[in-house]
Design a protein. Structure first.
Length: 632
C-alpha cells in the first residue's frame, strides 16, 4: 500500500515533466488520456485497500535524504517565484516569499534535527474521499482540458499557446494534492501546501495579460500569508509540543497546541478562500475554465477545508479548543451567509459559481469548527457532493461559453433548446447544489440538525444562507429551461472530450446521491467512529423520501438528453400585438416593431458586492484577530 501512495504522489509529477516536452496533437492526447485513467484507477484501488482495513494505516516512508530533497525543492520553487515577483515589480509578493524562505531555512538549520515524525505518510477514510476526488474528478478535468484548450486558443488568439506548460502544472497539482492528503509529517504537508499555492499562481496567470497577472499575484500574496502562518505553527509545535505529526495533535495539552492549531486554521481559511481572503478565488475566474474547476472542486480550496476537518478533533477534545473552533466556525458562517447573498447580484455564471463555492466552503468550515460527530459527517458529505456538482457546473459553463460566446446568465435563455445535453449537465449540477434528493441538501439537513444541538445561533446563519441560495439557483435554472422558439441544435460544436466528461460527471452527481447510504456506511461512518467513537446516521424515512424525489431530476433532464421530436413542443405565442415572422418580435399598438426582453432580478442595491463585501471583510477580520488573541 505504501508503494501505491508514493505512486499517486510521484506518477503525476513524472507525467507533468513528460507533458512539458510532449508534442501537441495525438501524442499529448494519448499521454493525458492514459495518465488520467491510470491515476483514477490507482485512486480507486487504494480506496478499496484502505476501506477494507477500516482503521488508518501509517507508513514510515522517507528518511533524511527525502527531507533534504523536499527542502531543496522548496527553496528552488521559492527562488523562482521570488525572481518572477521581482521582474513583475510585485514587491509585497517578493517580501512575503523571502520571509517564507528565511523561515524555512531557519527551521531546517535550527530545528529540523530536533524532532521527527514517526510516520511520514498515512491513509484513512478521509484520505480515501480526497484521493478519489483528486484522482477521478481531477483526471476528468485534465481529460476535458484536451479539447477545451484547443478551443480556448482558437477564441483567444492573442494569448500565447503555452498549453504544454498548462498540462505540466495541472498534473503537478494532482501529485501535490495527493502528497498533501497522505502527509502525516507536517513539514511534508507544508511543502505540498506551498506547491499547490505556486501551481495556482501559474494557472491563474496563464493568459499573461494585465488582469491575469494581477489576479495571480493576489492569489499568491494571500496564500503566502497562510503559508507564513503554517510555517509559524511548525516552529511552535516543534519548540513546545516536540511533535510534527498531524495525527498526534488532538492528544496534546491545550497550552502546547492551541496557538499552532489556530495558526493552522488561519492557513486553512486562506487556502479555502474564506472572507477576508475570498478575493483571490474570485480573481481566479480569469483563468481557463478547467483551472476554475480544478481550484474549486478537486484541489486548492479543498486543501484548506481538508486541513480544518483534520483539526476538528482538536477543537472537540483539547482544553480551550472549543473556543478556537467557535471562532473558526463563525468566520465560516459569516462567509456562507454573505457570499450566498452576493451570488444573487451576479450575472456572470462563473462568478455565481465562485461565490457559491466560497459559501459552501464556509458551510464546511462551520461544521469542522464546531467539531462534533454529526457535523464532521456533514462536512465530509459536503466535500464529496460539492466537488462533483461544482466541477460539472464549471465545465458546463466553459463549454457553453465557447459555443454561445458568453458566460452571462442572461445569454443562456433557451440553452435547453440549442445545447440540450450541455444544458442537462447544468440542470443536474444545479439540482445537485440545492434540490432534493441531492447530497448538498442531505448534508445541509445534517448540518442544521447538528447545529441545533451544538450552537443554535449558527443555525440562523445556515438557515438564511441556504434560503438565499435557492433564489440564485432557481433563477439560473429558469433561464436555462425557458424556450421561446425552436432553435437550431448546435451540440455538434462541442468537442468529444468535453461532451464525454460532462456526461460522466452528470452520472456521478446522480450516482453518489443514490449510493450515499452506502458511502455513509462504508466510508464516513468508520472515519467518524475512529475519530469520535460515535456514529451518525440519518433517519431511514428521510432517506426514502429523498430517493423517491429523484424522479424530479429525471423528469427535468431526460427530455433534454433524448429530445425526440423537439419541434412539436413549440407553438406561436401572442406577443401583445401582431406577431412578426422574426421570432421574439411583434408589431405594437403604436406602429413600432418591438423586441421582447425578459431579464432576471439581481437586486444590486441590496446584495451588491459594494455593500456586502466590506462588511464581510471587516467582520471576519475582527473574528480572526480575536481568535489569535485568545490563544496568544
Amino acid at each position: 500500500m505504501q508503494a501505491l501512495l508514493l505512486f499517486l504522489i510521484l506518477f503525476p509529477a513524472a507525467v507533468a515533466f513528460l507533458l512539458l516536452a510532449a508534442p501537441k496533437g495525438r501524442a499529448r492526447q494519448t499521454v493525458v488520456s492514459v495518465s488520467a485513467a491510470v491515476i483514477a484507477a490507482a485512486s480507486i484501488i487504494l480506496a478499496a485497500l484502505v476501506l477494507g482495513r477500516g482503521a488508518p494505516v501509517y507508513f514510515a516512508a522517507g528518511g533524511h535524504a527525502v527531507d533534504l530533497l523536499i527542502f531543496a525543492a522548496e527553496l528552488a520553487l521559492g527562488v523562482i517565484v521570488t525572481v518572477i515577483s521581482l521582474r513583475r515589480k510585485q514587491y509585497l509578493a517578493m517580501a512575503l516569499m523571502l520571509a517564507g524562505l528565511i523561515m524555512t531555512v531557519v527551521y531546517e538549520v535550527w530545528l529540523a534535527n530536533t524532532v521527527h515524525a514517526e510516520n511520514n505518510l498515512f491513509a484513512d477514510n478521509l484520505s480515501v474521499v480526497m484521493t478519489l476526488i483528486i484522482g477521478v474528478i481531477g483526471s476528468l478535468i485534465a481529460f476535458f482540458a484536451l479539447g477545451y484548450m484547443e478551443e480556448y486558443h482558437r477564441h483567444h488568439e492573442d494569448v500565447p499557446d503555452r498549453s504544454n506548460f498548462f498540462f505540466f502544472i495541472v498534473f503537478a497539482f494532482l501529485g501535490a494534492m495527493n502528497g498533501l492528503i497522505f502527509a502525516n509529517n507536517l513539514v511534508w504537508l507544508f511543502f505540498f501546501w506551498e506547491v499547490t499555492t505556486f501551481c495556482s499562481f501559474f494557472l491563474i496567470g496563464y493568459g499573461r495579460d494585465a488582469v491575469a497577472v494581477r489576479n495571480s499575484f493576489l492569489a499568491l500574496k494571500l496564500n503566502l500569508c497562510g503559508g507564513l502562518a503554517f510555517s509559524a505553527a511548525l516552529f511552535f509545535l516543534t519548540l513546545n509540543a516536540h511533535t510534527i505529526s498531524l495525527s498526534e495533535l488532538h492528544d496534546l495539552p491545550g497550552g502546547a497546541v492551541l496557538l499552532p492549531v489556530a495558526l493552522l486554521a488561519f492557513a486553512g481559511l486562506t487556502k479555502s478562500a474564506q472572507m477576508p481572503f475570498s478575493a483571490w478565488l474570485l480573481g481566479a475566474m480569469v483563468a481557463p475554465t478547467p483551472v476554475s474547476a480544478l481550484l474549486h472542486s478537486s484541489t486548492m480550496v479543498k486543501a484548506g477545508v481538508y486541513l480544518v476537518i483534520r483539526l476538528s478533533p482538536v477543537f472537540a477534545y483539547v482544553d480551550g479548543g472549543k473556543t478556537v473552533g467557535l471562532f473558526v466556525a463563525l468566520v465560516g458562517a459569516v462567509t456562507f451567509l454573505l457570499t450566498s447573498c452576493m451570488a444573487i447580484s451576479q450575472n456572470d455564471a462563473k462568478r455565481v459559481l465562485a461565490y457559491s463555492t466560497i459559501a459552501n466552503l464556509g458551510l464546511i468550515i462551520v461544521c469542522a469548527g464546531i467539531g462534533n460527530h454529526k457535523l464532521a459527517w456533514a462536512a465530509v458529505m459536503l466535500v464529496i457532493f460539492h466537488a462533483i456538482a461544482k466541477s460539472l457546473l464549471f465545465l458546463s459553463v466553459g463549454t457553453a461559453e465557447h459555443v454561445i460566446g458568453s458566460r452571462r446568465i442572461e445569454s443562456m435563455d433557451g440553452l435547453a433548446g440549442y445545447l440540450p445535453r450541455v444544458a442537462a449537465g447544468m440542470v443536474v449540477g444545479i439540482a445537485g447544489m440545492f434540490l432534493a434528493p441531492f447530497g448538498m441538501l442531505i448534508s445541509k439537513w445534517a448540518t442544521l440538525e447538528g447545529l441545533v444541538d451544538a450552537n443554535p445561533i449558527l443555525t440562523i446563519f445556515v438557515a438564511f444562507g441556504s434560503a438565499v441560495t435557492l433564489m440564485f439557483w432557481v433563477k439560473w435554472l429558469g433561464k436555462i429551461l425557458i424556450v421561446k422558439s425552436a432553435p437550431e441544435n448546435v451540440e455538434t460544436h462541442v468537442p468529444r472530450t468535453q461532451a464525454l466528461t460532462l456526461a460522466v460527471l452528470s452520472v456521478m452527481t446522480a450516482g453518489v446521491c443514490v449510493l450515499f447510504p452506502l458511502i455513509s456506511k462504508y466510508v464516513l461512518e468508520p472515519f467518524i467512529f475512529e475519530t469520535y467513537r460515535q456514529i451518525y446516521w440519518q433517519d431511514m424515512n428521510n432517506i426514502a423520501t429523498l430517493l423517491i424525489m429523484m424522479a424530479t431530476v429525471v423528469v427535468l433532464t431526460v427530455p433534454l438528453v433524448f429530445p425526440g421530436k423537439r419541434e412539436r413542443h413549440f407553438r406561436p405565442q401572442y406577443l401583445a400585438g401582431a406577431n412578426l415572422a422574426e421570432k421574439e418580435k411583434f408589431h405594437g399598438a403604436m406602429g413600432q416593431d418591438i423586441q421582447i426582453s425578459l431579464k432576471s432580478l439581481y437586486l444590486q442595491g441590496i446584495f451588491g458586492e459594494s455593500r456586502l463585501f466590506p462588511l464581510g471583510v471587516l467582520s471576519t477580520l475582527i473574528l480572526i484577530i480575536i481568535m489569535l488573541g485568545v490563544v496568544v
